[in-house]
Design a protein around this ligand. Structure first.
Ligand code: GUN
Length: 288
């Protein structure tokens, strides 16, 4: 038996289509066009690729992009001044500061400076706190995408044994909160966890967000489990070319799992679709 492949690309395209439809309605009925400001500091190649695809998605959704490229050497004060300007700008519904930031800038200070109502990344302490309290919040995009993909194949996650591998603020911790809100029984594993393979084999739902190429092997997967792979790792491929792999050894896991996301084409496209959804929601909330 081989697993159902969860087609994140198609599911994300459908979500983006729905967002575009609602953006058009918001414009028509309320004269409001959502705007997303994306701030990129320095020249990290991966960040530049992400930022380009985010801006393209904003335009396709009928929203207004505003891209802000700052030099690697920008001071924290200059970045905070830009955020203050964007906070006050009524045409800007959402603000995203691409991470990582250069070492002279404290990312927590920057995140805390963003108006929580415009924090479409869901990283501000107010939104993090609201999520953990089970209150309405802007929720981080990659974790939202993971939950949506899992629910495509298993609509109720209630009672499932879920294992999250990785405890980052961007994915591991918020996805664990979302799973709790779905009434799953949640374990969060990390680099100090003992006997990870044994823990993984108990999971009905396994979310791998650790950033280690193909760490999760086929024999770590419980037969029939749902496997959501958040990893994006560049490794050496054939003929000197590089290729992208996830945190899960896909070719092994696909033979054991009930459903699995591919890399690329799984969680990645959902992150951008959820960012569009958050920007729309932020615009709606700011305009009553
Ligand atoms: N860098 C890697 N992932 C993310 C993300 O989801 N948001 C931001 N702002 N930066 C990132």
């Amino acid at each position: 038996m081989t697993a159902t492949i969860i087609d994140g690309k198609t599911i994300a395209a459908e979500l983006r289509g729905k967002v575009a439809f609602e953006v058009a309605q918001l414009k028509r009925e309320h004269g409001v066009t959502p705007g997303l400001a994306v701030v990129l500091v320095g020249q990290n190649a991966a960040s530049e690729v992400y930022v380009r695809s985010k801006s393209k998605a904003v335009v396709e959704a009928g929203m207004t992009p505003s891209d802000h490229k700052l030099p690697e050497t920008v001071s924290e004060a200059e970045l905070l001044a830009l955020i203050d300007k964007l906070n006050k700008n009524k045409a800007v519904s959402g603000i995203l500061v691409q991470l990582p930031l250069p070492p002279q800038i404290d990312p927590q200070k920057v995140i805390a400076a963003i108006d929580p109502a415009k924090d479409v990344d869901g990283f501000h302490p107010v939104n993090v706190g609201r999520l953990s309290l089970g209150l309405p919040a802007l929720v981080p995009c990659t974790p939202s995408g993971c939950i949506m993909l899992a629910k495509m194949v298993w609509p109720s996650l209630a009672g499932l044994d879920a294992l999250v591998i990785g405890r980052s603020n961007i994915v591991g911790k918020p996805v664990a909160q979302l799973l709790l809100a779905e009434n799953a029984t949640v374990t969060v594993a990390h680099s100090k966890t003992k006997d990870l393979p044994a823990l993984a084999r108990r999971a009905d739902l396994l979310i791998a967000a650790i950033g280690k190429a193909e760490l999760v092997r086929g024999d770590w997967v419980k037969p029939g489990a749902i496997v959501i792979d958040v990893g994006i790792n560049r490794v050496a491929g054939d003929g000197g070319k590089s290729r992208i792999v996830g945190d899960v050894a896909f070719d092994e896991a696909v033979k054991v799992a009930g459903a699995i996301t591919p890399v690329p084409g799984g969680v990645g496209p959902m992150t951008i679709a959820c960012l569009m959804l958050n920007t729309l929601r932020a615009a709606c909330a700011q305009n009553g």
